[in-house]
Unconditional design. Structure first.
Length: 227
């Protein structure tokens, strides 16, 4: 009898552990696999080598399943990069929230952004941006994605530097555009392995010095961004 109970108990545990996923869970898993595979493809193969057939193969799904989730290639590519952007923004928020007390948040923000510009997000985005120049349908989707990303980024900037933005209303829009232009240019210059046309570390250090003038510490504070 005890042995029978043992077998039944373990069967229940096994059943619970191996329960079938719901349709929603399977759908979410398939989409996630497709988005990850698309980013990997863009980074390793470039836009030209990122075909729906290759993405489906990497994700382990059928071409038909891919088309069910993303009817056009532009939909797939922009969804993948948009997903990556959302994840990077969430990581940025978390990292900034976990800074040590008294840390210079402006300088820390620059360092965090540069680490992201040095990763796959920038490469995948660049592949889309260049391809969109001669593809009106892709261009519409890329512009829409870019506006959504910049809007989200400005929102984060306004939260982190509320005092500075209150003193300079255009700081979020113009300042963030300047930061992205600078870091984007630095990242672009390093795309060819082993080649760096300008010393990026020196450029970023100089920019941080300029940032100290444009965004001085709030009155009564010793460090920008002190809580």
């Amino acid at each position: 009898m005890d042995g029978f109970f043992f077998l039944c108990h373990n069967a229940d545990v096994t059943t619970a552990q191996t329960r079938r996923r719901t349709q929603a869970e399977r759908t979410a898993a398939t989409r996630a696999a497709l988005l990850e595979a698309t980013v990997e493809c863009l980074v390793s193969q470039g836009f030209g080598g990122t075909t729906t057939t290759e993405v489906a193969h990497r994700a382990g799904v059928s071409p038909g399943a891919l088309l069910h989730h993303f009817p056009t290639k532009a939909d797939l590519l922009c969804a993948a990069v948009g997903h990556l952007f959302e994840r990077r923004q969430a990581e940025f928020r978390k990292a900034m929230a976990n800074l040590e007390p008294g840390a210079d948040r402006a300088e820390a923000g620059i360092d965090l952004l540069w680490s992201m510009f040095s990763g796959p997000a920038f490469i995948a985005w660049l592949e889309l941006w260049v391809a969109a120049r001669c593809d009106p349908a892709l261009a519409d989707a890329v512009v829409r994605l870019d506006r959504e990303f910049m809007s989200g980024s400005e929102g984060i900037f306004r939260e982190l530097f509320a005092d500075e933005v209150a003193a300079q209303p255009d700081l979020a829009r113009v300042g963030l555009g300047l930061v992205y232009a600078l870091l984007g240019g630095c990242a672009l210059g390093r795309l060819i392995p082993g080649y760096e046309p300008a010393p990026v570390a020196d450029i970023i250090a100089a920019f941080k010095t300029l940032l100290g003038t444009a965004m001085p510490a709030p009155e009564g504070g010793t460090t920008r961004g002190d809580p």
